[in-house]
Design a protein around this ligand. Sequence first.
Ligand code: HEM
Length: 591
Amino acid sequence: MIHCLMRSTFVTRYLSLQVYETCFYRSTTKLADTLAANEERKCVPLNTNDIITATVAQSHAIPAMSATVTSSKAMPLLETVNPEIAIEDFEISASKIVPLGHVDKTPLPFEEIPGPMILKLWEKYWRYVPLLGRLSWNRNVTPIKYLFDEYGCIVRINGPFVNDIVMIHRPEHIAEVFKQESELPVRSGIDILQHYRLNHRKYRSAGPFSLQGLEWLEVKEKVDRPLHETISNYIGKLNSVCGELVNKIRNIRNRQDEVPTNFHQDLTAWGMECFYVMMFNKHLGFLDSSKSTSETTKVIDALITAHMYMSRCETGFQVWRFFETPFAKKLFAACDILDEIIGKYIRQAQNKLQASSLSKQEKSPNAEKNFSLLEKMMIQGIHSDDIAILLMDMIILGVQAVINCEAFLLYFLARNPRIQKRLYDEIISVLPKTDKTTVIKESLENMPYLKACIKESLRLRPAFPYLTRLLSSAISLHGYTIPKGTFVIMANQITSQREENFEDPGKYQPERWLKQNEYASNPYQEYSCLPFGHGIRSCLGKDMAEMQMMLLTAKLVREFTIEYDYADIRSRFLMVNVPNKSLRFRFLDRN
Ligand code: HEM
């Protein structure tokens, strides 16, 4: 039966190629439209996860190689072992070997970049159908690393169904991509969310992660200012939400001072409460089970469900492109719940602004100060559909990113008691235990070591393992000409964990960020670690995320010694890197 299922899946997939082709082209049309009208190459960017999943499965031979080596060594892995691939024999490619002394400096044609052919990819793709249990849902950068190990520092994926995709990891190559960036950079979106918004909800656009061109710029310009203003206005309220988590930890610890295995859910509650406070100026009680309402439970459940099924729909076979699969239905149901709640707050804000005859008040900066971020965005005149989509993206991706990055940070501090002690000394020097005054922006500015601890944690466990861009003009990389319209995947998680970019890259060493002079001579150093992306399209929520992480970490380290006694926690990729084990931290009271 399994055999039949495998065969039928493969056949269905094969027969679907024609339909797929249409889909790829359709999904790219929007991206391509945003490039100059006279664009010569039409790029067809596959969903990033799809590419990564698929490319592992393809045959490793490259046509027209000048040299091949056959090897049966196990695949070197970054995080997880995939025995399926490890035992396979494969051919290692070598790009054209040029005799020394005759180095021709003219750029090599794009077609000569080594890499797998997408057609070959289909041959083996069916073996990796996650339903058949061959490859887990939560693969991370391992497949990408595998491609670099196979083909070198620049890899091209090409074939009849997708146009050209290039993967890179060297900081100097990443710098080149950002140097060519236009005023309207194009990045890949999340296809299933795009589908949900445009087809299921019939919204007018797909959201800030997916919006492109002038549509994106309009929303970004209107969101940027209110977002930055609100963050400093809400520092006191965010700090008291962090205090609630401290109290909660005191109540849920066992006799060994260890929190329950579902502590991640408490971090989720903290992340959502912070979001509610800033976005809606509302304190809902996510962290207080005695006050929990049907809304708190609904939001947390919907967020967890949406996250899980978004990841399942995006990776592996994207059958939802042809019909609404059970996974897609679950995702859409969870998104509907979030959408309904967001819609409620949008309507409330609209009514409030109308009632308070906003047009007069908005001119007064003091009146504006008390508005929630949502109200400020509405004052800017952003369309309510766009706000609804932006908020959902912020919850599903932004809030999730903060929660998981904070989880990894606490893990690194628990695993490195000397670093934690140094951090504690810094925190106490800025916020003495006896001091009852609330944290202000300046307190955080005086904590460089805390910032370094966060940065180092993001280097080792970034929320997103890669950045993507569509080239708006041709560039030269590693001796190859990369034409305009090529879709580039920058594997920043790999970049920041390579010895040539960071000494002892696997070690958690926040000190490295305090010795900036060491790196001053390297013009590409800043491109070695880009957890929030780079340029005009970088993370909109960076300040918000950093502020939340600083406040919570300062509070926790000030109150507790954090310990962790179990096996190493690594990351698994569920659209955002998440810990692969329970966060069984011990929080011991400091005297
Ligand atoms: C530690 C937490 C976070 C990390 C590591 C992170 C990282 C990123 C990255 C890498 C990007 C893509 C940037 C690029 O392509 O150059 C991004 C985009 C974005 N992030 Fe974050 N993010 C975090 C938290 C947040 C939060 C809390 C929010 C909002 C509540 C948020 C909102 C956004 C938005 C709206 C975009 C799309 C920006 C655009 O396309 O213009 N992020 N984020």
